[in-house]
Write a protein that binds this ligand. Structure first.
Ligand SMILES: Cc1ncc(C[n+]2csc(CCOP(=O)(O)OP(=O)(O)O)c2C)c(N)n1
Length: 631
């Protein structure tokens, strides 16, 4: 008899005797493993918080009491306990449940997320709204030790500690970000868990006291006892206490006999409290415990072995970019690489193997990553920042203020530019062309394939100014690679096909689709030029301007938001140059947030395929011939 099936919402959980919780947790894990092995997802983080989730929904009165899941990638058990069991198999798929928390999806999802580090700030907002509105409910934020490294979390904690309003922050410490967690705070948490910090102080004190004359064994013993007392008073939560939080823990996040009474007690407290809960990523599934990095966000896998179900033979764009970078770093000792907790996803783990001392993982700290790179560049280094398009959004001001205004030679390898699939709305790289193009000094380019990508990465270092090269998620096209990367002339596009009826001006991955569309048009007797723009900025004004005047109409194509991106750049050029007689249409992502779904399906939906371009070209040509018939 399934226990999980009897829980339609948290009220049902409250009727369950806690003796049945272990069985419930086993069933939740089983459900998560079976669905995620089929569709892929954030397995390891979710398996680690099952007991914590059950305990929270058992003791709190949700949705009146508010739980904020930072990042939201660990909320699968929460979804299963809050009325979404039937749809759970649709998670992360087109039209299905989100892989993160989503207010539109459930009243139990209090705040939308996907990017790390927003939870505490939102929870402080919730707590303050409660005070303003004279309400009385609990506000609880569950934040990972990885997200704790983000500046935003620190900003939230420091405001909360100052406000002194009732707020519970649960630090879910599994010692992992996606990779092993990094930095001084992570080291501090580890010492807290192991007690190593305290032991070191005690040993040091003994050593110093022992050396002092007239201090005998007895005094040493007394000192040890005093230290023992101090342990409870001062450690392990000193850092949080200093920030104005009451610190409780660390406790074992998998034992209900620890979780339930501790939570019950902390819920009785008033004011900012931080409960330190230690959990194990991947608990309950051997392969995920052995390899929590791959299972942080895995593709579908074989349940028995844990191996991925399908592997692409072709290298990913990320690996082409990083391999090129690694080759360049062999020749140029000024090159260093920086990641904000994404060394696996960006492919930088390979760079780290070759140059361990030249890779900096700064934690989930994109803003710092960019200004740190600016500092390195100002002192003659050539820093390269491989970063997902969506996460660079967080460092917009750092790119403007710290890199662009000083014209510093920082290279941004912008990964996951365009549609990213299952992670959906919060993760599509839709806005980068627009948010980088308007920055003075910035070079923005996007390759049509992996061969051009290696040339662009090589070019970045030589341009000696801020450069962004933007490439898509996933496997490359499988084109032949030139043996040696060559620098490309700055601001020069290429004319791939000549034509007189229509020009298809494309950038990035859409270039190949534009070529295919042009081939189809040609078979119908329509002559289509194809421009591979390569540079969004500086745009090849000669090439685009000249071709535009040789055709009847112009279609721009990009896998990015059309507002402010490549198409806008072309329209501005036409306007600047007074080229007013060429009807022009811009294809790209519309002015709305794009949903989750397989890349190909979304490309079809938004017309960014060879067929979509062909259809638009036909429509535009029909419009032009109607207009000329009227004239
Ligand atoms: C701003 C931002 N940068 C990077 C990421 C990618 N990312 C997703 S989860 C994660 C690690 C989170 O670790 P932690 O907060 O400890 O949570 P856990 O998954 O271990 O529960 C990272 C780096 C992100 N979601 N948001």
């Amino acid at each position: 008899m399934s226990v999980l099936k009897t829980i339609r919402h948290p009220a049902d959980l409250k009727k369950l005797p806690p003796e049945q919780f272990p069985q419930l947790c086993e069933e939740i894990r089983e459900r998560i493993i079976s669905v995620i092995s089929d569709v892929g997802g954030h397995l390891a983080s979710n398996l680690g918080v099952v007991e914590l989730t059950v305990a929270l929904h058992y003791l709190l009165d949700t949705p009146r009491d508010l739980i904020v899941w930072d990042t939201g990638n660990q909320a699968y058990a929460h979804k299963l306990l809050t009325g979404r069991q039937e749809q759970f198999h649709t998670i992360r798929q087109f039209g299905g449940l989100s892989g993160f928390c989503k207010r539109e999806e459930s009243e139990y999802d209090t705040f939308n997320a996907g990017h790390a580090g927003t939870g505490v700030s939102a929870a402080v907002g919730f707590a303050e709204a409660r005070e303003q509105r004279k309400q009385a409910h609990k506000v609880v934020c569950v934040v990972g030790d990885g997200a704790l490294t983000s500046g935003l979390t620190m900003e939230g904690l420091q405001q909360a500690g100052g406000l002194k309003k009732d707020l519970l922050v649960i630090l879910n410490d599994n010692q992992m970000s996606i990779s092993k967690n990094v930095g001084a705070i992570s080291a501090y948490l580890n010492r807290t868990i192991t007690g190593e910090f305290f032991d070191r102080i005690r040993e040091e004190t003994k050593r110093v006291l022992g050396k002092m004359p007239h201090i005998g064994e007895q005094v040493q013993k007394m000192a040890s006892r005093a230290q023992e007392l101090a342990k409870g008073l001062l450690l392990p939560g000193l850092l949080f206490e200093e920030l104005g939080f009451r610190y409780v823990g660390p406790i074992d996040g998998h034992k209900f006999e620890h979780l339930l009474p501790t939570l019950e007690n902390v819920f009785k407290l008033d004011g900012p409290t931080l409960l330190h809960v230690v959990t194990k990523k991947g608990l309950g599934y051997g392969p995920a415990m052995d390899d929590p990095i791959w299972f942080h966000a895995s593709s579908p896998f074989d349940r028995d072995t844990g191996s991925p179900k399908k592997k692409s033979g072709r290298p990913s764009y990320s690996s082409v970019a990083v391999n090129t970078l690694t080759g360049l770093a062999r020749e140029d000792p000024r090159i260093v690489a920086i990641t904000a907790a994404m060394s696996e996803g960006t492919g930088l783990a390979a760079f780290e193997k070759a140059f361990p001392e030249r890779l900096y993982d700064v934690g989930i700290a994109e803003q710092h990553a960019v200004t740190f790179a600016a500092g390195l560049a100002a002192q003659g280094m050539r820093p390269v920042v491989p970063i997902y398009s969506t996460f660079l959004q967080r460092a917009y001001d750092q790119v403007v203020h710290d890199v662009a205004t000083q014209n510093l030679p920082v290279t941004f390898c912008i990964d996951r530019g365009g549609l990213v699939a299952e992670d959906g709305t919060t993760h599509h790289g839709a806005f980068d062309l627009a948010y980088l193009r308007h920055m003075p000094n910035m070079v923005v380019m996007a390759p049509k394939d992996e061969n051009e990508l290696q040339h662009m990465v090589k070019s970045c270092i030589g341009y000696d100014r801020p450069v962004a090269v933007r490439y898509p998620r996933g496997s490359s096209l499988g084109v032949d690679m030139d043996p040696v990367p060559q620098a490309l002339p700055l601001g020069k596009g290429e004319l791939l096909r000549e034509g007189t009826d229509i020009a298809l001006a494309a950038i990035g991955v859409t270039v190949h689709q534009a070529m295919a569309a042009a081939g189809r048009l040609e078979r119908e007797g329509i002559s289509a030029a194809v421009i591979n723009a390569r540079f969004v900025k500086p745009l090849d004004r000669d090439l685009v301007g000249t071709v535009a005047q040789e055709v009847k109409c112009l279609l721009t194509v990009e896998e990015a938001s059309t507002m402010g991106g490549f198409g806008s750049a072309v329209l501005e050029l036409l306007s600047d140059e007074g080229i007013v007689n060429v009807p022009t249409k811009c294809m790209g992502l519309p002015d709305r947030f794009i949903e989750q779904g397989p890349q190909n399906l979304l490309r079809e939906k938004y017309g960014l395929t060879a067929d979509g371009i062909y259809q638009q070209a036909k429509q535009l040509l029909a419009h032009v011939s109607r207009k000329s018939a009227v004239a």
